[in-house]
Write a protein that binds this ligand. Structure first.
Ligand code: C2O
Ligand code: CU
Length: 464
């Protein structure tokens, strides 16, 4: 198993000093579309002296180009597929029309090699979002097919010098520092904690150093693009406060933060920090803190202006007294209790499980069935009571909606029932979430540990 030690084991690399890691410029076509090409590319993940990695990237960059819009904008993206396999793009966390959700095989046909697909949608919420491949995601996202999507408020709360996007990924690299392609699809990963890496990058760079100005307020937008790694962070160490979870502003920015703060795969965390001295972003799950980004503080010219916080987005408030409750029992995986599992209408034998790679299930069903797991009426309040009957943690994502986390193992949630699009659930935990099903269509509910989703933790529901 990949351990913490291996994460620390790769020879250290010092990052390039930069104000902000470079994000590539967006290419607009004459017709107003942003052209994004998915294709094979070479990149160096550790430093200039390590071997080239064979990645799959959007516009040859890791992460892909930052798409930046203002709330209410219409975004038009033309995906050009230069890969040798089909793909599609999912706009993670955006509450957009179902036919633009980008799920191959559910909301659209996958885009074949050499073909194109036009996405066209209006962004309803300001916040930190991201986009990523949604066909064989366990492989395509691991190889680098993702990028940030930031939606500014009508009047941005921070100017662009004080608003930094930090896309964090956890790569599995070989001894020569190149991306480990051969271990993709390893069933050991699928049945355990997913594909964990041994090297973290921030905006594609190893341990970058960023320059900030003393006494000035910054918004740090953290995006966890890893397949399976839960990042263990403590913003208290550098006096930061939480502005938003998964793109949705918190009610009280001044609320105390309980460490460790976990950032699961696909989750986002917006922090506000007013630095006084140098600090680092550290991953704290190992014996020693692992520093993955460093902030150097230079003299600034604080204007003394009060910090402006983002305002809540117009999310429909769940009506709990009228809610329809659905229970989801998560089972399977290594060390899991044995339960009978149905896949494509057939009860799986042990032999079938090995052959199909289906080892996890929701309510005894592995992966997408022809019929939805549940059907709800447009506008109904839904409570999902999710019980983790497995030996692993999971990062559960609802497509097309944001929800409030209302209960965690029988106790009410103390941090103001935050809005999220992805929640973490530990072994034996029960988590209840609530949302208004206000977006008609076929929506996925799946684990964002992408190996778990591929191996069965994937289902869908119908709205309207
Ligand atoms: Cu971010 Cu179904 O995914
Ligand atoms: Cu999982």
């Amino acid at each position: 198993m990949i351990t913490r030690r291996r994460l620390l084991g790769v020879a250290g690399a010092s990052g390039v000093l930069a104000t902000a890691p470079s994000l590539f410029d967006i290419a607009f076509a004459a017709d107003g579309y942003i052209n994004i090409t998915a294709g094979p590319a070479k990149a160096k993940l550790i430093n200039a002296n390590t071997a080239d990695s064979d990645l799959w990237l959007y516009d040859n960059s890791t992460p892909g180009p930052e798409i930046r819009a203002t709330v209410g904008d219409r975004i038009k993206v033309r995906l050009i597929n230069n890969l040798e396999e089909p793909t599609s793009i999912h706009w993670h966390g955006l509450r957009i029309a179902n036919d633009m959700d980008g799920v191959s095989g559910l909301t659209q046909e996958p885009v074949m090699p050499g073909e194109q697909f036009e996405y066209d949608f209006v962004v309803p919420d300001a916040g930190t979002f991201w986009y990523h491949a949604h066909n064989k995601s366990w492989s395509q996202v691991a190889r680098g097919l993702y990028g940030p999507l930031i939606v500014d408020e009508k009047k941005p709360t921070f100017d662009k010098d004080h608003d930094l996007t930090l896309v964090i990924d956890d790569w599995r690299v070989k001894n020569d520092g190149s991306f480990d392609v051969e271990s993709l699809g390893n069933l050991m990963d699928w049945s355990h904690g997913g594909r964990l890496g041994n090297w973290l990058t921030v905006n594609g760079e190893s341990r970058p150093t960023l320059e900030l100005k003393r006494g000035e307020a910054y918004r740090l937008r953290l995006i966890n693009a890893a397949n399976a790694r839960i990042l263990d962070l403590d913003p208290n160490r550098f006096g930061a406060k939480v502005l938003a979870y998964d793109g949705q502003p918190v009610e009280d920015v001044t609320a105390p933060l309980y460490a460790p703060m976990l950032l699961g795969p696909a989750q986002r965390l917006d922090l506000v920090v007013i630095p006084e001295e140098d600090f680092a972003l550290e991953e704290l799950s190992g014996d020693q803190p692992f520093e993955f980004a460093y902030f150097q503080i230079k003299d600034g010219a604080s204007t003394g202006e009060p910090v402006r916080y983002p305002r809540p987005n117009p999310l429909p408030e769940p009506e709990l007294d009228k809610a329809k409750v659905f229970e989801i029992d998560m089972t399977g995986g290594a060390m899991g209790r044995f339960t009978e599992t149905v896949y494509k209408g057939q009860v799986l034998s042990n032999e079938d499980m090995r052959r199909t790679g289906q080892i996890w299930a929701f309510n005894g069903v592995a992966n997408l069935a022809d019929d939805p797991a549940f059907t709800v009426q447009h506008g109904e309040t839904i409570v999902l009571a999710v019980k983790n009957d497995t030996a692993f943690a999971h990062a559960m994502h609802v497509h097309g909606h944001h929800f409030r986390v209302i209960e965690r193992s029988g106790s009410t949630v103390d941090d103001g029932k935050p809005w999220r699009d992805t929640f973490l659930i530990g072994p034996d935990q029960l988590v209840k979430i609530a949302f208004v099903a206000d977006n008609p269509g076929k929506w996925l509910f799946h684990c964002h540990m992408l190996e778990h989703a591929a191996a069965g933790m994937n289902t869908w529901f119908q709205v309207g």
